[in-house]
Design a protein around this ligand. Sequence first.
Ligand code: GLN
Length: 246
Amino acid sequence: MELKICHIYPDLLNLYGDRGNIAVLAQRCRARGIDVSVHPLPLGERGDFSAYDLFFIGGGQDADQALLLDEIQQWRGGEIRAAIEDGKALLAICGGYQLLGHSYRTWDGKEMDCIGALDFYSVGDKTRMIGDYMFQWDEPSGGVKVVGFENHSAKTFLGSGVRPFGNVLAGYGNNGEDGTEGVRYHNVFGTYSHGPLLPKNPILADWLIRLALERKYGSAELAPLNDVLEERAHRYMVERLTKREA
Ligand code: GLN
């Protein structure tokens, strides 16, 4: 089996080590004998979107998002929309997540038309939402707790065409108001969780790999890996955040 991972805008959207998520995806494939390759697509570079199986877009500051806006509106947005509708797996973080929606108005009033692939919009606020946080993801049986770190000024509000990734247990999530975090649509996961999201949440990494392989090959069985350290890191953060909220 083979998996081709595309890293969209690694040059502009990569805050707090977001690219570490790609390293985790690749390593968990290699450990199972799955051939994996990573294809960076920086600003201005064209790629054959139909050839990739799994996409990643990281977070970025408002200024970085503004730099790529022309390009994403002119052509790359169309390719991303087509890949999403084609059932490709995609993980989008913070600034990259915001770009998938209809629009983003920054805290200082700049309007960005985004690609409208998913039904939501974002509005900047003067107060940033920062810190370790946790949400409950109901999709896998048992209601898995996902732990992460958020740092955003934008508040994101979901429309009826999408569903939340999870419910906030600690921290802010999409907007600090309605208790939702992130977005789910087809095989897309959008989240405010920056940096080392997948190392601390290996079940999510495998979920993405499985979705991508199932779409490509019809079915996929992933052999279990030794996740003692990952599970310890996950448990440590769950306990810390549960205590913080108590
Ligand atoms: N510029 C966006 C915001 O502040 C995203 C920031 C980020 O990716 N950390 O909401």
